[in-house]
Design a protein around this ligand. Sequence first.
Ligand code: UDX
Length: 444
Amino acid sequence: MARIGIFGAGWVGLVTGVCFAELGHDVVIRDIVPEKIEALGRGEVPFHERDVPELLERNRRRLSFTLDANDVVGCELLFVCVDTPPTYAGDADLSRVWSVIEELPPLPVRSILVMKSTVPVGTGAKVRAGLDARGLADVGYVSNPEFLSEGRAVEEFMHPDRVVVGAFEDADADPVAALYEPLATPIVRCDVNSAEMIKLAANAFLMTRISFINEIANVCEATGADVVKVAEGVGLDHRLGPHFLRAGIGYGGSCFPKDSLALKQLASNSGYHFQLLSAVIEVNELQKRRVIGKLKRHLGSLAGRKVALLGLAFKPNTDDMREAPSIVLASRLLAEGAEVRGWDPVVAGHPALGGVELVGSVVEAVQGADAAVIVTEWPDLRELAREEVRRAMATPLIVDGRNLLDPALTRAAGFAYEGIGRPMSPTDVLPETTEREFAPELNR
Ligand code: UDX
């Protein structure tokens, strides 16, 4: 069993730490925020992520939390799990990575620095040079990107599709690959640059699939096809597969928006215009705003209208609001003069939701509302098309931003329904909506 040091007690660092502890390793997690370290010491997890509290509790004797970088002395493997947010130029900000290199204490045992943070291609070579310049030529370097998605991170850590280990020296890759052997997963061993690119390319491809199906959805709306059926038919082709073909109001989260921008800038800083990725990003921006057009088509001006935003986190099973489409939607609705009420089962508030009245139940959110928008596909919302909700609303209109509901059942329950990329029905015309406002050519 190894002794593992982890820099950064954020989402990636903590998931990595508790999972390695579960596999039997001793893990020291170091962060610079005292409140975070104190809370973790008391067994409290500072974010909502399935299975992490249980793993933390079960492995407490193998886990320690510290503010002191010297406490990683004696660890053979030092994982870097700090954030790499975008700079004003859209590049990845590596200042936290550099702080870790500066703070590394003298290491008596031969250690390997393992980069889990998402970094631009070429970072490993720069870190290698930085280590050498600090007299740490004996410290190895490995790139070992994470591919975990929020809400399923522990399960994905324990059952990965693959593990990527990029190294300058085989001898450095061996102990890192050995950590993952119990997981019986394919291990892709490669050079450091390629490992860094695998992470960026995988994310970019997933985003491309989302923006692709969102554009198909928009064309479905203009032509009367149903994107849910289209995605099913497309996804059964074994060359294409069914994943990341859910049309909706666009991707958000801590990774996709940031990493797409970082890859775009990495390409342009190297003199290459990554046109396809630029289009993927732009489609996603427009997709978030299309809900406003849908609401206007049914309600006319949104000034003074009451709109309920149901689900605020960027996806279900997390309380993460980073780059959540709900933020853009709320802000656009407020700018149009609408009154916005928000509900989410785990998000209690967020500075970017100023002006939105947050309430504790779906029924409170839709009380007197002219429209309810499903922003995040929380399972509780599957039951939205019920009598109690219809009676509470001033106008029974549901805009289903995640295609969560069955359109026929929703309409049968007395609601006007509009999904993303789904055919309209004559029953979707609200009593006060004129023919002109509802003309099919405006259905975009
Ligand atoms: C993602 C990657 O999946 C993961 O490999 C990487 O390490 C970090 O970024 P995460 O941000 O947790 O993980 O979320 P994910 O489940 O991938 O969803 C990202 C966004 O795409 C969400 O906003 C989600 O609603 C949206 N999405 C996903 C779609 O709109 N349609 C889909 O078909 C899939």
